[in-house]
Design a protein around this ligand. Structure first.
Ligand SMILES: *Cc1c(COP(=O)(O)O)cnc(C)c1O
Length: 469
């Protein structure tokens, strides 16, 4: 009934909000859900990083649809069993508390339900994504023809980068062509190689130096060997921020080498790339701007809600020539632009750009700098509290730090790391337990802005006490 704006007296939750009148049931549902979320966030300090008990709600839909109240109760059960990134002791991984404006933007994103596949399904949001990618690329110092696309996570951004590099090199049909990356590069590259239909030997690992950076000498030797074997290389992957210690490969030297050899340089900056945004920290990732492509994961440090990853390329047209298919069922993109669905691997995808954009707007230059700088400051402070006569530390210039008792073999390190992790959990500290060069470490990621110096002192004390004298 057009023009019907009355509200049903016995209001019940409709499956879809009315296009004609304010849906007060939806509104109160949202308000109640939001207030429960706020309570959950506010309880983070008392709870702990991990839930103590967790009850699953019914999984299958009931015969009749549920009321608003029952839906909220179901939601509550899932919330009670969730990991709590806002607890100050949540230090295990690259999963910080959610940024406030990002939470709101994510909600609005769901409500808009636009599709970044094509311009007509997301007019303002497609433009926003293009402009924000451009802003990122320019801020990091990439050339004027640069651009990028958002993807649901760094694994996808890295996969797309390798596909673009292979396309650019003209080696799509060379099943012997290889990618070179350091032995500390992220595991997602071995997935990417499989997806690309290559043998696992197409990903060749280069040794690292004592600082955990790719060895340029070893890389040169490998390139010589490949030439001798008659094998081609379609990309060198540099890591700006390795998983266990946050090492940054020598980007300027790698670029020189890649230019001499005519090779694509991809920088996996899922951890470290974001430090390029602030003047105070940009020198840590010196040379980032020279990359042919860069993966950035704003979800990992800035608190942009998951997922938020960008693939930036020095030349936007490489992205388009790699992924364009024509979309015969959709009107052409406006202006000279390409549809989102022809700039990357994903077709239909949400406007994840909204929470990234609004989050950055909330932080401002100053807030971004404080988050980046604060993370490094916490790592430095914590590092100073570690008793180096007992523990061996692996770290780098960023906010990750790993440690293991000195002179432990693998089995001793297994025991120590499992026991200590458990003991720390009792004190509400969640650390991770990575394996590096055959030894288990405990790792702390200092990306949680709620972690204060008093927490760090307590954590260091517990760790120092975990090793006998
Ligand atoms: C997290 C990470 C990835 C993968 O990103 P996802 O968002 O988890 O898919 C890739 N490389 C590095 C260095 C990472 O830290």
């Amino acid at each position: 009934m057009a023009g019907n704006t009355h509200i049903k007296p016995d209001a019940s939750l409709e499956p879809f909000a009315s296009p004609d009148h304010l849906d007060l049931e939806l509104q109160s549902f949202l308000e109640e859900a939001c207030s429960r979320l706020c309570v959950w966030l506010a309880k983070a300090g008392q709870s702990g990083p991990l839930p103590s008990l967790s009850v699953m709600p019914e999984v299958a839909p009931a015969l009749e649809g549920l009321s608003k109240e029952s839906l909220l109760d179901d939601l509550q059960l899932v919330m009670e069993g969730a990991y709590q990134p806002s607890h100050p002791g949540s230090l295990a991984h690259l999963d910080p508390p959610p940024l406030t404006a990002s939470i709101v933007a994510d909600l609005i994103c769901a409500g808009l339900n636009n599709n970044l596949l094509a311009e007509e399904l997301s007019p303002s949001l497609s433009r926003l994504e293009r402009l924000l990618c451009k802003w990122f690329a320019e801020r990091l110092g990439m050339p004027t023809q640069s651009g990028g696309v958002a993807a649901s996570g760094g694994t996808l951004s890295n996969l797309m980068a390798l596909v673009v590099a292979r396309h650019h090199s003209g080696l799509q049909n060379d099943s012997d062509a290889v990618v070179l990356a350091s032995e500390d590069s992220h595991v997602c590259f071995s997935k990417a190689i499989r997806v690309m239909g290559l043998e696992s030997s197409a990903l060749q690992y280069i040794t690292t130096n004592p600082e955990g950076q790719i060895s340029i000498e070893a890389l040169q030797t490998k390139l010589k060997k490949l030439r001798f074997e008659g094998k081609k290389c379609f990309a060198v992957v540099a890591t700006a921020g390795t998983t266990v210690r946050g090492a940054i490969d020598p980007l300027v030297e790698l670029k020189d080498l890649c230019v001499r050899e005519g090779l694509w340089l991809h920088v996996d900056g899922a951890i470290g790339g974001i430090y390029g945004l602030s003047q105070k920290t940009a020198s840590l990732v010196n040379g980032l701007s020279l990359a042919n492509s860069i993966t950035l994961n704003p979800q990992k440090l800035l608190g942009i809600t998951k997922t938020s990853s960008l693939l930036l390329v020095a030349n936007r047209s490489d992205l388009i020539s790699t992924f364009t298919t024509g979309l015969p069922y959709i009107e052409p993109a406006w202006g000279e632009e390409a549809h989102g669905g022809e700039m990357g691997l994903q077709g239909t995808r949400p406007a994840e750009v909204l929470k990234l954009w609004l989050g950055l707007r909330q932080l401002g230059e100053k807030g971004i700098e404080d988050l980046l700088d604060g993370s490094i400051h916490r790592r430095e402070y914590f590092e100073k509290q570690i008793d180096l006569s007992k523990l061996m530390v692996k770290t780098g210039p960023l906010h990750l730090i790993s440690f293991t008792p000195k002179n432990f073999n693998q089995s001793q390190s297994v025991r120590w790391s499992i026991d200590t992790r458990q003991r720390l959990l009792a004190h509400k500290f969640l650390l991770s337990r990575p394996l590096l060069n055959g030894v288990y470490y405990l790792k702390a990621v200092m990306g949680n802005p709620h972690t204060q110096l008093i927490h760090l002192r307590k954590l260091a004390k517990l760790l120092n006490q975990s090793v006998g004298v």
